[in-house]
Design a binder for this molecule. Sequence first.
Ligand code: NAD
Length: 496
Amino acid sequence: MRITHRIGGKAWDGVTSRSGDVYDPATGRVAAQVDFASSSTVDGAVEAAGSAFASWRDTSLARRANVMFAFRELLNARKDELAAIVTAEHGKVLSDAAGEVQRGLEAVEFACGIPHLLKGGFSENASTRVDVYSIQQPLGVVGVISPFNFPAMVPLWFVPNAIACGNTVVLKPSEKDPSAAVFIADLFAEAGLPDGVLNVVHGDKEAVDRILEHPDVKAVSFVGSTPIARYVYETGTRHGKRVQALGGAKNHMVVLPDADLDLAADAAVSAGFGSAGERCMAISVVVAVDPVGDELVAKVKDRIARLHVGDGRRPGCEMGPLVTGAHRDKVVSYVDAGVTEGAALVVDGRGHPIDGEADGFWLGPTLFDHVGTDMSIYRDEIFGPVLSVLRVATYDDAVEVVNANRYGNGTAIFTNDGGAARRFQNEIEVGMVGVNVPIPVPVAYYSFGGWKDSLFGDSHAYGPEGVHFFTRTKVVTGRWLDPSHGGVNLGFPQNT
Ligand code: NAD
């Protein structure tokens, strides 16, 4: 099968010079080839988006909202199909893929309220018989570049808001699982979105670089690993664009001595191994405050033994394979590194039973205890099913560890002490905080974003900050002629 670009409302019919393999991670077999866009193919997509912008920006809010409502209905009706596409190319189990689509739907529902969201301010009589009002206008063509781990949800974080605000979009999904983006673009077309408003180009660095350099692309929303996020931010802003670039993570879950340890163990296993740890909000470090370490590790170990790992399409599977063989091998190399560096390997995922074909990209859930902050398994984002337990003596030590980490995407505290939780939310240098909630992804009417090396730029994704990112504000100061005009006055305008 061949997967190609969608430009100007049509499947691209050119001949590609480069393409990539798309795998079924549960079998290890190549399922499709995806075309990689050259710079000139990206130019074609930007041109299509640029041509569509003139009329889309002037399409009424009511009509734009209608497209969004129609899209919402179609997506809701076909969400199982989209989830199946995600599972086939990413590997996460079907129920998890369905969860990702559902969170994407919430972002669509937020964008359905665009007439309300774009209301500006109005000040009557700011000066005598002078009215001042603000309007939010679209930017033009915007680029959206998404990672492999949420092939449906991350495009849906950005595309509905960008379009609803009146922009036109060039979406570059991950080349590892590109079909979800194509499905979304086709549904938008069915919902009545005019040709050229949403274009999809596939590819790698060449396509991304052209988006970052193209003079007609006004803004870029990026989600991916920290080194690429930093590169995208620096390159895009150097080319005069507005950029929000969300990066990697190392999310800590702090467990205080008064916590419900069964709840904490359930949460650590769910958030550590869901989607095989390939979530930017996965918990990868449990910070156990003395004396809970031994008991908590025993409870986590016990739960891991019962996890059903296998092909995400098979009933009962809770955790699927990793996305590619290369990524699985990289994650396994961290398991070796952890042992070499002296951490205690409590559960070795390489021995976990697998309910799937032997050539799938498998690694079972892995647990390290007594991890030190100098070890690579702690310092690096592994992005796989490897959970580290760090032991500290006090609450203050736990906060110090989290705040010293270069990442600041998500964190959670498990405690029954409201005062401690309140201190934690105040003191912790992380953008999204959970209190007895391990994966605190904000609902669609708030905004999503980490701190420190987890986000470059000053706008978080979706919600109110998403609308802010995709619009620029204009302030109009107006006076209709009346007999009171006072002739020439070279002084600076004062409000009287
Ligand atoms: P990645 O950085 O490898 O790729 C992200 C996107 O950038 C893809 O579209 C890819 O094609 C493109 N890309 C890759 N290399 C590039 C290069 N050298 N130059 C230009 N573009 C390039 O990330 P990934 O492996 O697809 O996704 C996993 C990462 O994304 C993890 O680090 C994860 O934490 C992060 N992530 C972050 C969030 C968040 O909200 N902060 C959400 C999801 C994923």
